[in-house]
Design a protein around this ligand. Structure first.
Ligand code: SF4
Length: 413
C-alpha cells in the first residue's frame, strides 16, 4: 500500500527474479482499498499460476460472482477482477487463449487488462474500447501499458494500440505477437473522453491522437465559447495546465502560474474522504501573489465534481490579491456517475446533477462561470462518434446490470 516509489524500493525490486512481469497501480473502483484487493492477483488453476491486473469496471461482475458462488466457487477478494480468474478456470477449453476468450465473452463492462503465466504475456481490451492499452517493444521483449509515456521511460518503441475486442498473446518461445478477436468490431466505440480531460498524461498518445493536443484544443474551444475580459489566465495545476495554455493562446490573454503546487500531494478527487480532500487542497496549492495581485483572473480547471474544491480554489486566488475570478471549466458539467472504471462521486454528490450553472457560480463565489459544451468537447476529437460522454449526458452505452437480474451470459463451452 502506498506510492509506487516508496513501495518498490531498489531492495524490493532486486528480489524480483525472472524474465516476465506485470504490475498494477490501483485506485479503487470496485472493491475496497485494502491490501487483499491489491493487484495483480495471482491464482493457481489446473495449468499452473496465472497473474492478472485490470483497469476498468465490470458491470455484470456481481451477477457472475453470485452464480459462481452458488455453484461452489470461493472468492478471496471483493474485486470484480476475481471473476475473470474463476471464469478462466471453469472453461472447458484446454488452451489458455480459448479459456480467456470464454471468460471475456461472459464479462461486460470496461476493461483493459494484462495477464501472465510463466511464459506468456497477455493483454486484452474490451470491445467498446473504454480504457486504453498499448503494445510496445523493447529489444526482443514486448511491453503492454495503458499510456505511451511509460514506454518512453523505459525507451521502448510504441507499436500500436491493442484493438477493442482484441486479445494479444506474446510467448517467450515465439518471436511474434498472436492476435485473437473475441468480439466483432463495434460500429461505434465508447472510448473514455475523461482520459483526455483529466486522467491521461499529456505526453501520451491515446485513442489515435495526442493527449496534449486534444486537451489544448479543449482550452481553445472553451475560450471561443466563454470569452471574458481579464489580465491573466492561470491553471489549476497540474491537470488543467494544458487546457489553460489553449485558452490563453486562443484569447490572447497572458498565461501564468498563479497557484503553486506542492508536488508531494496527489490528486484530490481520488481521495476517499471529504476531510482528507479538503485538507489536501489547502496543503496542495498556495497563491503566487506577484502573479495575482490586482489582476482580473481567468482560472481554468479540468472539471467540477462536488464543487467544494472550486470554492476553496477561488478563495485562495482571491487571497492572492485577484480583483475578479472568472472560472472556466474545460469539460461539460459532470452530472452522472461513471460505472466504467473512473471513481467519480455518486450522482447525488455531483453538484451539477442538482444545481444550475448560476447556482454553482454562486456557491463557488466566482465572478463568472463557463463550461465547455458537449459539442465543443466532441469537436476537439477526430472521431467523435467513438467516445463515451456518459458523465455529461447520462447516455450509458452498456446498461448497468441490476443485482437482482440473474440472466447470465455465461459461456463456458
Ligand atoms: Fe469516461 Fe465518463 Fe464514460 Fe466513465 S462515464 S467512461 S469517466 S466518459
Amino acid at each position: 500500500m502506498g506510492l509506487v516509489h516508496s513501495v518498490f524500493t531498489a531492495d524490493a525490486l532486486a528480489k524480483l527474479k525472472g524474465h516476465i512481469a506485470i504490475g498494477h497501480n490501483r485506485y479503487s473502483t470496485a472493491g475496497a482499498s485494502t491490501l487483499e484487493n491489491a493487484q495483480p492477483l495471482v491464482r493457481n488453476y489446473k495449468q499452473g499460476p496465472l497473474a492478472l491486473g485490470h483497469n476498468g469496471n465490470l458491470v455484470n461482475a456481481v451477477q457472475i460472482r453470485n452464480h459462481l458462488e452458488n455453484a461452489g466457487s470461493i472468492f478471496s477478494t471483493s474485486l470484480d477482477t476475481e471473476v475473470i480468474f474463476h471464469l478462466i478456470a471453469h472453461s472447458r477449453k484446454e488452451a489458455l487463449e480459448y479459456r480467456i476468450i470464454d471468460a471475456l465473452r461472459s464479462i461486460e463492462g470496461a476493461y483493459s487488462f494484462v495477464c501472465m503465466d510463466k511464459n506468456t504475456l497477455i493483454g486484452a481490451r474490451d470491445a467498446h474500447g473504454f480504457r486504453p492499452l498499448w503494445l510496445g517493444k523493447l529489444g526482443n521483449a514486448y511491453v503492454l501499458t495503458s499510456e505511451t509515456c511509460a514506454l518512453d521511460v523505459i525507451e521502448a518503441e510504441p507499436i500500436r494500440e491493442v484493438e477493442p475486442g482484441e486479445l494479444i498473446f506474446t510467448r517467450s518461445n515465439y518471436r511474434g505477437v498472436e492476435s485473437f478477436r473475441f468480439h466483432k468490431r463495434q460500429s461505434q466505440l465508447s472510448q473514455c473522453i475523461f482520459e483526455y480531460i483529466y486522467l491521461a498524461r499529456p505526453d501520451s498518445m491515446m485513442f489515435g491522437q495526442s493527449v496534449n493536443n486534444t486537451r489544448r484544443e479543449f482550452g481553445r474551444q472553451l475560450a471561443r465559447e466563454h470569452p471574458v475580459k481579464a489580465d491573466v489566465v492561470i491553471p489549476v495545476p497540474d491537470s488543467a495546465t494544458i487546457a489553460a495554455l489553449g485558452y490563453a493562446e486562443e484569447s490572447g490573454i497572458p498565461f501564468d502560474l498563479g497557484l503553486s503546487r506542492n508536488t508531494f500531494v496527489g490528486r484530490s478527487f481520488m481521495n476517499p474522504t471529504q476531510d482528507i480532500r479538503e485538507l489536501m487542497v489547502k496543503i496542495k496549492l498556495n497563491p503566487v501573489r506577484d502573479v495575482l495581485r490586482d489582476k482580473r483572473v481567468i482560472l481554468v480547471d479540468d472539471s467540477i465534481m462536488r464543487g467544494t474544491n472550486s470554492r476553496k480554489l477561488i478563495k485562495i486566488v482571491r487571497q492572492g490579491g485577484a480583483t475578479a475570478v472568472h472560472l472556466r471549466i474545460a469539460s461539460p458539467p459532470n452530472k452522472f456517475s461513471c460505472f466504467y472504471g473512473v471513481d467519480t462521486p455518486t450522482r447525488s454528490e455531483l453538484i451539477a446533477s442538482s444545481h444550475t450553472i448560476e447556482e454553482i457560480r454562486k456557491y463557488s463565489r466566482a465572478d463568472s462561470l463557463g463550461y465547455l459544451s458537449i459539442e465543443g468537447l466532441l469537436n476537439s476529437v477526430e472521431t467523435p462518434q467513438d467516445f463515451c460522454t456518459t458523465c455529461f449526458d447520462g447516455k450509458y452505452p452498456i446498461p448497468f446490470v441490476e443485482e437482482s437480474s440473474q440472466q447470465l451470459p455465461l459461456i463456458v463451452d
